[in-house]
Design a protein around this ligand. Sequence first.
Ligand code: MN3
Length: 200
Amino acid sequence: MPFEVPPLPYDYAALEPHIDEQTMRLHHDKHHQGYVDKLNAALAGTEHEGRSIDDIIANLDSIPEDKRTAVRNHGGGHLNHSRFWEWMSPDGGGDPSGESASAIESAFGSMDDFRKKFEEAGVNRFGSGWVWLVSDGSSLSVTSTANQDSPLSDGQVPILGNDVWEHAYYLKYQNRRPEYLAAWWNVVDWDKVAELYAKG
Ligand code: MN3
């Protein structure tokens, strides 16, 4: 069964005014679909078609060398965006509570210190990529990756991630990536973060 773009769990306009409707339409329907189409083309007719995308990205060495770059880029794009839609919610924002919040506070000092570090990593990612809160199983850290690389390929579990490709923000924020990164907290779904923290 080929990979598919998961339906957006809310309306395209639901994250307004922080993330605009047109960006969501293009990002979900065109960009994510493009990654899925190219991933499916790369794996068509191979034994890897039925595997989960998490398993594939965590074990890129299992993909034949002539297909590995395509799978790394487009499979990473599929995995990262599938999570990304779930990390946002019209009911998001505010501060987290519970175990994941305590873990973030003990790792970074405070929620504000965490947000500052995450935004800095997003601003400093040169070109296209992602900024992450990751768990290595025992501790949390902030990191960033280029292109569609996932921390999962390095044995780290993404707990939260934001897309800093220009396609994620350019229509509304133009070149103002810091403004986008700051506004994004208004839509972050901390329940999803807590769920992934508990698993990771
Ligand atoms: Mn994107």
